[in-house]
Design a protein around this ligand. Structure first.
Ligand code: ZN
Length: 204
């Protein structure tokens, strides 16, 4: 049987959370002290979702005090048939360093990516541009079409673009401008892929 394990280099490897044979989430290791905080304010939250913060003096020469993991998780305290009482991580919701705040709404790049990938006409290349106009945020998403655009395809795409924009708004609660662009027209960056250009800091 394959089970999941949760850990990170900063906490000296695996073992922060381990799944039992019931396979219903990873039991948090009681050698660590865990807290959930709001990913933006970093204030403790009493909800069962938030950014996981970990502390331990288990390793005396490498104590960790309130280390923000950037992992946003959902936790449950429901009993597990294995008899272990430690809370379990049942879902990874995203990364706090992957979160955007646009028009007052928190949205994860990974959520936008899932949305884009759910449309088979798109290539898997996209770019999110956030700007500010008249003191309001604007969200533009440039997405590559799966093949070379022709005048005929372009004509059909304008209606499809409206559908995607409507779908985006109903899913995330904010409007966006969707630009379907030609394949290979979005600039590739060497090394780590840069998906977001936030121009708000440059404009008033
Ligand atoms: Zn269990």
């Amino acid at each position: 049987m394959v089970t999941q394990d949760y850990g990170m280099t900063e906490t000296l490897g695996p073992g922060l959370g381990m799944e039992c044979i019931n396979g219903n989430g990873m039991h948090l290791n009681e050698n660590y002290y865990f807290e959930l905080v709001d990913p933006v304010t970093k204030q403790p939250t009493n909800k069962n979702k938030g950014e996981l913060v970990v502390s331990t003096i288990y390793n005396e020469c490498y104590p960790i005090i309130r280390y923000c993991t950037s992992d946003i998780v959902e936790i449950t305290n429901d009993p597990c048939p294995c008899g272990c009482h430690s809370p379990r991580i049942i879902k990874f919701l995203g990364r706090s360093d992957d979160m955007l705040k646009v028009k007052g709404v928190k949205i994860f790049v990974s959520q936008i990516e899932d949305f884009i990938f759910s449309h088979s006409i798109f290539n898997h290349q996209y770019e999110i541009v956030i700007s500010r106009k008249d003191y309001k945020d604007t969200l533009t998403i440039n997405i590559e079409y799966k093949e070379k655009l022709t005048a005929e395809i372009d004509k059909d795409l304008s209606e499809y673009t409206n559908i995607v924009e409507e779908e985006f708004k109903s899913k995330f609660g904010i409007s966006s401008k969707i630009n379907i662009v030609d394949i290979k027209s979005i600039k590739r960056s060497p090394g780590k892929v840069i998906r977001v250009r936030d121009l708000r800091k440059l404009k008033v």
